[in-house]
Design a protein around this ligand. Structure first.
Ligand code: CTP
Length: 394
């Protein structure tokens, strides 16, 4: 049986930690709890002892009988260390290697993956110190179930609320059961829109949010891949342990991919690349009423097709996956793109009119040389695993 060590810290959202523990147990997971001293001001260890039927550890020196180095044995027992709720203080300590109680010492001693669900006041959440700590932890590979926005216990509105219990439990289970079938593989992903300048203050673009590519990057990283993500301008934080290159134009995206493609095992082209760019972007703001020819007719030139170029040059041992976001005839267009772009797999979906772009869920068709499969509607994170499974099979 797999063991999740649940770290509980001192904040009002602690009452939800009881439900997190129950949710994990219902999924057949063994749960042990470690609390900070501050957490015990809100809930007594007896509560978690009753829920888990396991001893609950608090102090660094109140060792379990026959277990003089408790933080090390706890650290070794854990297949996953989930801290929920996690205060700004505890995150700050872990980010800076401060280990002055049982919970933070165990966090430093464990080699199990660490998953943090933060909860705090909005101003604390947004403070530079907290943001820098979260960024540092993410860069080290710590995973987050990020706070949601809403009405906070202190009366303020904003970000800082503990994520939903279901979301925390399902993320923990996902990490616990994470397949490691991409260890040793290098995965390159494009995502987001590109922006093509008309002048310094105007551009051509599209509403792609980049969420699909970020979900793919997160899933591939969790399955053990070395992941590089080339993305256009999007409002998303770097996924844990993923190398992210942020670009603006299609030409910049092409260069970033061109430089990395040959060292890649699986390349997934999820970006909504602008097919055209203004031929002669002005280096000053175009004024209405002026005689600028661009204001009458905007001359466009075609951007390079990144997927088609890489598909044409791929080695037999490389897998190339493309997308086809269509407003109609998804299957037929996906099949055509499989051939015209020399791809091994095309993921087709309906887009526009509120579908696909910016949404949390999607419904897809997977087209390869052998035929067609359908998936969804489901979350972009679940679809990411389905797409990676299909890419491994071609
Ligand atoms: N793509 C790309 N570079 C481009 C255009 C598209 O890499 N310049 C990739 C996308 O990332 C996606 C696939 O090609 O994986 C299909 O993109 P899509 O916009 O649906 O197709 P287009 O090639 O633009 O074809 P059409 O306009 O005929 O639908």
């Amino acid at each position: 049986m797999r063991t999740v060590l649940v770290g509980v810290t001192g904040c009002v959202a602690i009452y939800k930690a009881c439900e997190v523990v129950r949710g994990l147990q219902k999924a057949g997971v063994r749960v042990k709890v470690v609390m900070t001293e501050h957490a015990t001001e809100f809930i007594k260890p007896a509560m978690f002892r009753a829920l888990t039927r396991e001893p609950v550890a608090v102090g660094l020196f109140d060792d379990a009988p026959g277990d003089p180095i408790h933080h090390i044995s706890l650290a070794k027992e854990a297949d996953l260390f989930l801290i929920a709720p996690c205060t700004a203080n505890v995150m700050g300590k872990i980010a800076h290697g401060i280990a002055d109680d049982l919970l933070t010492t165990t966090a430093m001693a464990t080699s199990a993956p660490l998953l943090i669900a933060p909860a705090m006041n909005v101003n604390m959440y947004e403070s530079t110190a907290n943001q820098e700590n979260m960024r540092a932890l993410r860069e080290r590979g710590v995973a987050f179930v990020d706070s949601g926005s809403g009405y906070l216990a202190c009366g303020d509105m904003g970000k800082g609320r503990l994520a939903d219990v279901d979301e925390i439990v399902s993320r923990a289970l996902q990490m616990l059961g994470a397949r490691r079938d991409l260890v040793g593989k290098r995965v390159l992903i494009t995502t987001g829109p590109t922006v093509e300048p008309i002048d310094p203050v105007r551009f051509i673009s599209n509403p792609s949010s980049g969420k699909t590519g970020f979900a793919l990057a997160e899933a591939a990283q969790e399955r053990g891949a070395e992941v590089q993500l080339v993305c256009g301008p999007v409002q998303l934080d770097n996924p844990a342990g993923v190398e992210v290159m942020r670009v603006k134009t299609a030409l910049q995206m092409y260069d970033a991919v061109d430089a990395r493609f040959d060292d890649t095992d699986i390349a997934i082209f999820a970006a909504a690349v602008s097919d055209f760019r203004p031929a002669k972007p002005a280096d000053y703001k175009l004024k209405k009423g002026s005689a600028d020819a661009q204001l009458q007719i905007l001359e466009l030139v075609e951007n390079p097709d990144i997927l088609a170029s890489m598909g044409a040059r791929k080695r037999p041992d490389q897998v190339v996956v493309g997308f086809a976001a269509e407003t109609e005839d998804v299957e037929e267009n996906a099949r055509k793109k499989l051939v015209s772009k020399h791809a091994d797999l095309i993921i087709g979906n309906l887009a526009g009119n509120g579908r696909a772009f910016g949404t949390e869920e999607n419904e897809i068709v997977l087209v390869d040389a052998d035929g067609i499969a359908h998936a969804g509607p489901t979350s972009k994170r679940d679809l990411a695993d389905i797409i990676l499974d299909a890419a491994l099979k071609v």
